[in-house]
Design a protein around this ligand. Structure first.
Ligand code: TA6
Length: 310
């Protein structure tokens, strides 16, 4: 009896919440909770964790899980009359019984989850829709999230959206982001005032909370100490949010350790500046593709640039 584990396994997680474990071919894996359709773990072929999950994360409604990849819909942030970041991140999703046809080859492990608003949700946001999310782990360990939102209502509706990925990093003072240089951004620390990025790479020495506008489809997060680069590719998501709460804000969050800001960085594929509007019957699709590559960085030689141009 081989003790090989199945590529897709539904099991119990923290607080007995249902989760799905996806296993790649060479040891990589990912875990998704049905609560919030929340990816809480992504590990490489050496079983090393690539996503940050707070040691104080709360796995209990109505709190969203602190870390991993929370999904923001139908509202990003507090700009609108809904709760911060919308509500699908603190709702229970279900396994999709009629998923879209699999476009993925057989050597990929994937799961399809679906969310449809309840009567209670319709009182908060009065539109009907079907939100399908496919999470796939590739043979090489890449992680892909594909969202399909279909307007099943008789009226058009508009929304904003984000995959709020918390990357696990060695030390916040040792990382830099490439691909956002010269872009305009809205600074959430300055009532969304608009600025232009002057630096040729983004580094961190204080709280950062910015929405970069109309970014390239590829962004690199270089971790010198770990000698690795996260490559974030995105389709249908023009913006990118960069967030690190730093010391003071970290202390104000009860589900976040005081020093944990040193080991996480949020880089979020998003559609914020221009809300997405869907007419009745229309479907919107957005994809985020995460991979991690070894990177050697010697001063003056932006080896990882090859990653962005590759
Ligand atoms: O994505 C960055 C951000 O919008 C920050 O403004 C900060 O508030 C963060 O989200 C966390 O939000 P949360 O509601 O999860 O505490």
């Amino acid at each position: 009896m081989s003790d090989e584990k199945p590529p897709v396994e539904i099991c119990k997680g923290v607080n007995d919440l249902d989760k799905v474990v996806l296993r790649g071919l060479r040891g990589s894996s990912a875990e998704v909770y049905l609560y919030g359709c929340h990816v809480t773990s992504w590990k490489n072929n050496h079983d090393e964790e690539l996503l940050f999950l707070s040691s104080k994360a709360i796995f209990k409604p109505p709190k969203a899980i602190r870390g991993g990849i929370p999904i923001c819909f139908p509202q990003f942030g507090s700009h609108g009359n809904l709760e911060q970041h919308g509500f699908v991140r603190n709702r229970f999703w279900s396994i999709d019984s009629s998923p879209p046809p699999p476009t993925v080859s057989c050597n990929k492990a994937f799961v399809d989850l679906i969310f449809k608003p309840s009567e209670e949700d319709l009182k908060i946001w009065p539109y009907s829709y079907e939100f399908r999310l496919r999470i796939t782990i590739g043979p090489g360990g890449d992680l892909m999230l594909t969202s399909r939102i279909k307007n099943t209502d008789g009226r058009p509706f508009s929304f904003t959206f984000a995959y709020r990925t918390y990357f696990s990093i060695s030390d916040i003072s040792e990382v830099r982001i490439e691909g956002l240089e010269t872009l305009d951004y809205l600074d959430n620390l300055k009532s969304r005032e608009r600025f232009t990025e002057q630096c040729d790479a983004i580094t961190f020495e204080s709280e950062v909370d910015r929405i970069y506008l109309e970014t390239p489809t590829k962004i690199a997060i270089l971790d010198h100490e770990k000698k690795q680069t996260f490559v974030l590719r995105k389709d249908g998501l023009p913006d990118a949010v960069v967030w690190n709460p730093w010391e003071k804000k970290a202390k104000s969050m009860m589900d976040f350790g005081d020093d944990e800001y040193k080991h996480m960085l949020c880089v979020e594929a998003a559609a914020i500046e221009k809300a997405i509007t869907l007419k009745p019957g229309e479907e919107w699709k957005a994809r985020m593709y995460l991979s991690v590559v070894p990177s050697c960085y010697r001063s003056g030689q932006l080896a990882p640039l090859r990653v962005l141009q590759g």
